[in-house]
Structures are given as structure tokens and as C-alpha cells.
Design a protein around this ligand. Sequence first.
Ligand SMILES: [Zn+2]
Length: 145
Amino acid sequence: MIDTHAHLDFPEFKDDLPDVLNRANESGIEYIITVGTDLESSRKAIALAHRYAQIYAAIGIHPHNAHKVTEEEWEEFKTLVKDDKVVAIGETGLDMHKDYSPIEAQKELFVRHLNLAKESGKPFILHAREGFRSAVLSPIPMRMA
Ligand SMILES: [Zn+2]
């Protein structure tokens, strides 16, 4: 069994990650994919994946953070996808529930992630929370970036 969506870089796991991994293993979970939510979190996910054999990484920038991404950060982010322990792109997508980031910034970042997934051949982890209506009203061109 594989847990495909955890955030093991979050501070809640700072003190007892080895115990969490042991308990997961004893419960029959062979592998865990830890999912990055911004550039720093994605770097941490990869570092954890290299430290523990049972962890793999997904890298992504959450839509809440879409408006904060600089070109330099995106360029660095794109290089992370080549890492052998990165098995997916995400999580990213559209989130209108909290409205932390303008929808146009979210859409642009969403398309960048989709293109990166396509180019790398790695699967995509979609975060979708009340974002569909807006996307339908204003369709997303597949080649914005
Ligand atoms: Zn998540």
C-alpha cells in the first residue's frame, strides 16, 4: 500500500518523523509520497525522499502561493523535476475557496505545472477547490507560458 499524499515536511512531523514512518510501515504502508506546496517545501520533500527509502517526493506550488512565484524561483523549481525520487508534479491547481491568490496567477501557474508534467512524463496531482466554475467561464489556454 502507498500513501500518495502526505506533507511530511510540515512542522508537525519535525520531532517524530522516524516514529511516524515506523507506524506507517507497521500498518502496511510501504511507501509515502510527500507533497511539496512551494519551492522550499518541494526542496524539503526531495531531501526527505533521499534520507528515507520509503519516502518519494512530489513537487508543486500550491495555488495559494501562485502570486508570489518569481521567474527565478520557477526556473529553479523546473530543475527539481529531474530528481530520481520525484515521482509527480503537484500539488497545484485552482483554489477559489480561500482566495489567497488572484485567479489569473493561479491559472498561469497551473498551466506551467501541467506543461512541466507533460514534458517530464510524470503524473500530476491536482488541487481543485471551488476553482472549476471560474475555469469554465474563462477556459485555460494550454500554452500560456
Ligand atoms: Zn496536500
